[in-house]
Design a protein around this ligand. Structure first.
Ligand SMILES: [Zn+2]
Length: 336
């Protein structure tokens, strides 16, 4: 069997013909295997969904309990058979429950890594490199210019600013699934034990992370109904990036706009968004992590998807690894 007979790109997503399933389909399909809960990967309305327990729970929180006809939970490292094809979920280190999916049939192993990162993250299981014949990698930050500094350094910048401007509030934009919880956890690990105020859109997911053993400390709602401006003097507030442009953001005293994203490496992007304190904290692999991971898997062939594919394909070719872009459409990660 050739690799492309085992998995191939279709308009609906990555399709496994012998197993008759899709991985992270962008259209409604009969059988879906889902790597993680971000909305561009985990869409409602499939006949059946196979994913980790956490991803299934996150989908239920975000899309409603009836998000699929039926569900099955996959445990990390446990091999399941789907129509004669072996599938094994392994941690991807991206957000809680995020998985790479190893698909194996006819002596060929392909690993679809979904979104991943290699920086340590206390809010999810660490990425494990899986030896394979074909490695499918994302390329969100697939350019040598993207190098993420240690997240602890970025967090210490915010704490320094909070000490410097005790009367001002610090408003951190962070994606609701993964990034927000990671930022909160990093603040706690850096010794910040004050109440952290959160936008309502984060509440359920923060509660869920807590229920899975990720301690986030004292969180209080920062809703329009509660509190006056003075209450938030010196406070750290975490909200979704979209909340920045909302009436919601204007209630805080002299706020310092912070934004936690890999895109903050691009100063112009931070400026355009009106971000005063950019935090380069990403849930995606940077250039070094991408190239090191490709090498570690030992894959003879690499398929590159969603992002800046060309540079990574070129790097593989120069390293003697055959590579091609997959040109899958419909993925614009909500958790960069
Ligand atoms: Zn993602």
């Amino acid at each position: 069997m050739r690799a492309r007979d085992l998995l191939c790109p279709k308009p609906g997503g990555l399709y496994c013909a012998p197993g008759d399933f899709f991985i992270d389909p962008v259209r409604q399909v009969k059988r879906a295997l889902i790597t993680h809960g971000h909305s561009d990967h985990a869409r409602p309305g499939h006949g059946s969904v196979l994913a980790t327990r956490e991803t299934l729970d996150i989908m239920a929180i975000r899309c409603g309990e009836d998000f699929a006809g039926s569900t099955q939970a996959a445990r990390f490292g446990e091999t399941l058979t789907v129509n004669g094809v072996s599938v094994t979920f392994h941690p991807a280190g991206h957000v809680l429950g995020s998985a790479q999916i190893a698909v194996e049939c006819g002596g060929i192993r392909i690993v679809a890594s979904g979104d991943y990162k290699r920086q340590p993250d206390a809010t999810c299981a660490a990425f494990v490199p899986i030896p394979c014949d074909v490695f499918i990698t994302e390329a969100t930050f697939g350019l040598p210019v993207f190098r993420h500094p240690p997240d602890t350094e970025e967090i210490s910048r915010i704490l320094t600013s909070a000490r410097q401007f005790p009367e001002r509030s610090h408003l951190i934009g962070a994606y609701a699934l993964g990034k927000a919880q990671r930022v909160i956890r990093l603040l706690r690990d850096a010794g910040y034990h004050e109440t952290i105020y959160i936008h309502g859109a984060l509440a359920k997911l923060c509660e869920y992370y807590e229920s899975r053993g990720v301690a986030l400390g004292d969180l209080q709602p920062a809703t329009v109904e509660t509190g006056s401006k003075a209450d938030f003097s010196g406070a750290i507030v975490v909200g979704t990036p979209s909340a920045f442009v909302d009436r919601w953001a204007r209630r805080f005293p002299d706020p310092i706009a912070c934004y936690a994203s890999g895109w903050m490496r691009i100063r112009q992007r931070a400026k355009q968004l009106g971000v005063e304190l950019p935090l380069i904290i990403s849930d995606h692999a940077d250039w070094d992590e991408l190239t090191e991971t490709i090498t570690e898997t030992g894959a003879g062939e690499v398929w590159v998807t969603h992002g800046r594919e060309e540079a990574l394909v070129r790097w593989c070719e120069l390293s003697g690894i055959s590579a091609r872009p997959l040109h899958l459409v419909g993925y614009e990660d909500e958790g960069d």
